[in-house]
Design a protein around this ligand. Structure first.
Ligand code: SAH
Ligand code: SF4
Ligand code: F3S
Length: 444
């Protein structure tokens, strides 16, 4: 390490893709000789990885940049990364002149070169290739993963689907799949380091198309699932348009491929889905749900929903409510529609008033909570494999996660607590709408 090693602080907002991008950026910086600090006051370089999915997320960025402003006299440098960086581009320099580097995720491959320019004192460095970025994904061997047992692998970046409400195709660039041998090399490396839970990431993870033409998405799941040491393979987010029966076949066949599918529906009304440009209908979506339900394993289903999309009537909303009954989700992530810059939905008439949006959101969440309370009861008495994630000393409980990604809090009669990252057999004794409670079943 050079004597002039520079300290940096990384702050991250947004989805799992952003969280993992930050791990790659941190690894890249460390490889370049930078030293990470956990306190922004002690950092010479502050990096801020941003999210722009809804207006509130974007507002947060500018609020935070204002807070950074008071630190500018301290000789610090600032970099804005991620989706707001790509969306706002050079406008960030106008709003926050103390920022020296603005880069979207599609340009992170050029980070080492951008860092050199930063070191040279250059002021307005940009990485804003966006949709012109043709090839390579940001594969780096220098990823610094924050958890030693569970880790992400990006298999596909960007999005070409252009749903009418969404910024992602503009902020994350063209859809690019990573070569499957590169994915396998990273999975192998992780397995040999002791990772047992590998989560494959992509805005639409199942839109994956191997540029080498060697493996389908389901075959990637399978190839990782058979690696020595790997106990869980997860994947998120699945897009209904690219959801195929071979994914369910592989879940059924491979106990290591997790029994959980996150399949965002967005709305239960075909008319709204059309306006959203989702390119499927309620019936088409339900057909895929039917495949999942027909599986031999109990596959947990979760979804995302937007309420108050322009033109959404009370009847349309009722269609979404009835979908909750028809599917039986284990979790629903629901959002009020937020108008985003440059998206086709900006010009759409019949905006839904804010009070209607918020009351629909509340009704949806109340209804789902009650359904989840009942849905979680199905696990009573079951014995589950639980990965230990932490301890809650106040409650005297061990916290962990099931294969279906459910939170399981449990107790043990053993004097020594099970290690973080270990797997325990737990018998479920109580259920709540968002978690399960149980007792460790002792081996022998
Ligand atoms: N690629 C995934 C979703 C990624 S964005 C898919 O197509 O399913 C994560 C979620 O944010 C979306 O599923 C959607 O429910 C929500 N979202 C996206 N844009 C939004 C907007 N403009 N307003 C409110 N919610 C939005
Ligand atoms: Fe956004 Fe649609 Fe792409 Fe998902 S599929 S990231 S919602 S444009
Ligand atoms: Fe946000 Fe960008 Fe992810 S907008 S949700 S950080 S893809």
């Amino acid at each position: 390490m050079s004597a002039a090693a520079k300290t940096f602080y990384m702050e991250t907002f947004g989805c799992q893709m952003n969280a993992h991008d930050s791990e790659k950026v941190i690894g890249t910086l460390e490889h370049e000789g930078y030293v990470r600090v956990q306190d922004e006051e002690a950092a010479e370089l502050i990096l801020y990885n941003t999210c722009s999915i809804r207006d509130k997320a974007e507002q947060k960025v500018f609020h935070r940049l204002n807070e950074y402003k008071r630190m500018q006299g301290e000789g610090k440098q600032f970099a804005v990364l991620g989706c707001v960086a790509q969306q706002e581009g050079e406008k960030i320099f106008e709003k926050a002149p103390f920022v020296s580097l603005v880069s979207g995720s599609a340009s992170y491959r050029n980070l080492p070169e951008m860092l050199v320019r930063l070191e040279a004192g250059e002021k307005r460095i940009t990485g804003l290739d966006d949709r012109r970025t043709q090839d390579a994904t940001f594969d780096t061997e220098f990823t610094t993963r924050s958890n030693p047992h569970r880790g992400y692998i990006t298999i596909i970046e960007g999005c070409d689907k252009f749903c009418s409400y969404c910024v992602v195709p503009y902020t994350r660039g063209k859809e690019r799949s990573r070569a499957s041998d590169s994915i396998m090399a990273e999975a192998q490396r992780m397995a040999s380091l002791g990772y047992t839970d590998i989560q494959l990431l992509g805005q639409n993870v199942n839109s994956y198309r191997d540029p080498l033409g060697q493996r389908t998405f389901a075959q990637v799941l399978e190839s990782i699932g058979v690696l020595h040491g790997v106990r869980r393979v997860r994947f998120t987010t699945s897009h209904p348009r690219d959801f195929t029966p071979d994914i369910i076949e592989v879940i059924d066949r491979m106990p290591t491929v997790c029994d959980h599918v996150h399949l965002p529906v967005q709305s239960g009304s075909s008319a709204v889905l059309k306006a959203m440009q989702r390119e499927y209908t309620r019936e088409w979506y339900l057909e895929r749900i039917g495949w999942i339900k027909a599986a031999k394993r109990d596959i947990s289903m979760t979804t995302d929903i937007i309420v108050g999309f322009p033109g959404e009537t009370e009847e349309d909303f009722e269609m979404t409510m009835s979908l909750l009954d028809e599917v039986g989700y284990d979790a629903v992530y629901a959002f009020q529609y937020s108008q985003r810059p440059n998206t086709p939905a900006v010009g759409m008439p019949d905006t839904v008033p804010d009070d209607v949006k918020s009351s629909r959101l509340q009704r949806l969440m109340d209804a789902q909570r009650e359904r989840q309370r009942i849905a979680y009861e199905r696990h009573m008495g079951q014995v589950m494999d639980v990965m230990v994630e932490g301890y809650n000393s106040q409650r005297g409980q061990i916290t962990g996660r099931s294969s279906q990604n459910k939170t399981v809090n449990f107790t043990t009669t053993q004097p020594i607590l099970p290690a973080l990252g270990s797997y325990q057999q737990v018998k479920i004794t109580r259920s709540f709408p968002n978690s399960l409670v149980g007792e460790a079943v002792l081996a022998g």
